[in-house]
Design a protein around this ligand. Sequence first.
Ligand SMILES: Nc1ncnc2c1ncn2[C@@H]1O[C@H](COP(=O)(O)OP(=O)(O)OP(=O)(O)O)[C@@H](O)[C@H]1O
Length: 286
Amino acid sequence: MKLEIKNISKQYSKSKFGLQNFSINIENGILGLLGPNGAGKSTLMKIIATISNPTSGQILLNGVDITKNPNRIREILGYLPQDFGVYPNLNAFEFLEYIGAMKGIGGPNLKTRISQLLEGVNLMEAAKKPIGTYSGGMKQRVGIAQVLLNDPKILIFDEPTVGLDPEERVRFRNLISDLANDAIIILSSHIVSDIETIADKVAIMQHGKLISLGYQQEIIDTLKNKVFEIEIDNNDLNTFKVNHLILNTIRKKDKILIRFIANEKLPDTMLCNATLEDAYLYQTKK
Ligand SMILES: Nc1ncnc2c1ncn2[C@@H]1O[C@H](COP(=O)(O)OP(=O)(O)OP(=O)(O)O)[C@@H](O)[C@H]1O
């Protein structure tokens, strides 16, 4: 499966762009879209899901332009939008039956499939209670289950880990990682640790543009031997800020621990292993 996004722009108003000349090639595996609020992640996902049309550009799925042939992707798509709404009076089982009917899945296999999925997202116990009584995280898990219902080959999750506790995040990762061999899975977050534990490749976005793309280690390696820590007096922080690109600061009693970028080691500094968080902060701050 190959998704080629070619020079996509989305212009919302005269001066407002959701995406600007955005290009990326996506193949099977898990791609994490990482970017601050307003970076254009949801806009990109909506366009791939054919919910929204680009102002210009092309999206090719195995060579076929889906902006002209949206059904090509809709038939194999599972999509969790950010503002996933559910019917509060239906229980999870009924809701998934309803979605199944909308997706054209029926018959005896549907019930088995729904039970498997509810088991997979740990909602079996609550399956017969109205969704209106669920917590935010439980509703999010119903949303994850509906994505998987039709065995999609393109799965799009907009901020899927919002509301999930650490255990549920692991469960989510396990649920999708088995599918990644023969499906394109795209998920977004503005929280690095969410993407870090789940995605193979990472695309860092900002202001509607792609600013970095690669396997996690490739992105981290761009900062190899460039991340340092130093402890300085609180009073020296402003001077230090002027001369260095600071990634992070931790205040201690009367000192401050600074994580920063430099091309070479300075006196009293300690070289650190770079992380995806460092690379993300560097790319979006510089
Ligand atoms: N319907 C719309 N009308 C006008 N502007 C919009 C619309 N949708 C998004 N935008 C703008 O487009 C830009 C990209 O928004 P988008 O929601 O795609 O970003 P995002 O990376 O998903 O952010 P978030 O994490 O906050 O959801 C933002 O500046 C946003 O204000």
